[in-house]
Design a protein around this ligand. Structure first.
Ligand SMILES: [Zn+2]
Length: 405
């Protein structure tokens, strides 16, 4: 059960209906059976059966809503259904270079606790990686006077190439090894299901559910942190690619035989834009004494340091070029720039937008909107939590089927 993410693909019709009802209730907050039946174009009898099953599993509960109408006899209260927030507690977790961010949420997505666990090493062996995850979760659980046993699942966001439905990491800057099957290690270390996903996909999910992507059909999310990520939402669905690897925007080539990237190849966009690349450039020039962060480089640029200015300008030009390639490929409604570095204007400056515009194939229509989202560090973990709730919901609905048969 713990070896792979839960997929609705293998569900029978009855379970798919239960899941659709559950997701509809999640989207609407509180809703009556008859309104669910009408919205999902399903018979009231089917909805009554599905909601009874979901109530018995503790996933939803009945509440007394407003009377149906003022003229209704004796004002018989209308019964609505809503999620049972207290039923399950789920953790979302994001692995960054120096910290693991954890957020614990109830089944409705309300924050119960959040915690940052510092990391001594950016790259870890698979077993050190999983043990750090366990420690971070234990510390977060202690904040709510609980233990790991209180959690129903955890979703883990990690940079790199991830096959989400197998908890398999092809490559990640957080791991010392390639081609790591984390399912067994996670199963041995954690008493509940764990779901690994590419961190940018999780941000795309967060943007789609409660961010700037809400209501959009086709949009892209570019995350900029240690590296560059791309989340692709097409026709309302997250596009993961055939191997489940998502999209590696950071590793599109912008220079033949160019700068060395941390993936081992040369000329990747990330090798010019990622924070490690900026710090490396300044340090190589011998002017990087005390330069540890991109903020340091920006401070130097502000005080007129020519090297810092040119490094940031080149990053901006390369980034604009990359964005124009995205527009040419996808023609999205909107591109959302998201991540810790996004408070830095060098990647959304007028020069960058000019470079973007000059690289886009000319048509007599406005360019897609470029939006900047200044979310805090917890954004990643919140996206993970949203994915965790989705996965736990699927598992619980599948368990229902097992009990019923
Ligand atoms: Zn690369």
């Amino acid at each position: 059960m713990l070896k792979s993410s839960a997929s609705p693909n293998s569900m029978d019709q009855r379970n798919l209906t239960r899941l659709r009802v559950l997701e509809h209730i999640r989207a609407k907050g509180a809703i009556s059976r008859i309104d669910i039946a009408s919205a999902l174009q399903t018979s009231p009898a089917t909805i009554t059966a599905a909601t009874a099953d979901l109530i018995s599993a503790g996933l939803i509960k009945e509440i007394e809503g407003e009377p149906q109408s003022k003229t209704a006899k004796r004002g018989r209260p209308r019964v609505s259904l809503q999620l049972d927030g207290s039923s399950f507690i789920v953790a979302g977790l994001k692995i960054a270079r120096h910290v693991i961010s954890v957020i614990i949420v109830d089944f409705e997505g309300n924050e119960v606790a959040s915690h940052n666990h510092p990391l001594d090493h950016a790259r870890m062996t698979p077993s050190a990686f999983v043990s750090a995850i366990r420690t971070a979760l234990e510390e977060a659980c202690a904040l709510m006077d609980g233990s790991l046993r209180h959690l129903s699942g955890v979703s883990i966001g990690i940079a790199g190439l991830v096959e989400a439905d197998k908890n398999f990491v092809h490559w990640s800057s957080s791991l010392t090894e390639r081609n790591v099957d984390l399912s067994r290690l996670l199963e041995a270390e954690l008493p509940f299901p764990a779901f690994i996903e590419n961190d940018t996909n999780l941000v795309a999910k967060a943007e789609q559910h409660f961010g700037l992507g809400k209501g959009l059909r086709n949009f892209l999310v570019v995350t900029i942190e240690h590296g560059l990520g791309l989340g692709i939402v097409l026709d309302g669905k997250l596009y993961r690619g055939e191997r489940g690897c998502g999209a590696e925007f950071g590793h599109i080539k912008v220079q033949l035989d160019g700068a060395l990237c941390q993936c081992g190849q040369r000329g990747c966009l990330e090798a010019y834009v990622g924070d490690y690349a900026l710090i490396r450039e300044v340090t190589v020039a011998g002017q990087g004494k005390g330069t540890e962060t991109v903020a340091d480089i920006r401070d130097s640029a502000r005080s007129g340091d020519q090297r810092a200015i040119s490094v940031l300008e080149r990053a901006g030009q390369m980034f604009g070029l990359g964005l124009s390639n995205l527009v040419n490929l996808f023609d999205p409604e909107c591109i959302i720039l998201s991540g810790a570095q996004m408070s830095f204007e060098h990647l959304c400056s007028e020069e960058v937008m000019n470079r973007l515009q000059s690289g886009v194939v000319n048509v007599d229509a406005p360019l897609p909107e470029i939006k900047v989202n200044h979310w805090g560090d917890l954004m990643w973990a919140k996206g993970a939590a949203a994915y965790g709730i989705e996965q736990v919901s699927i598992l619980k609905v599948k368990e229902l089927a097992a009990h019923a048969s």
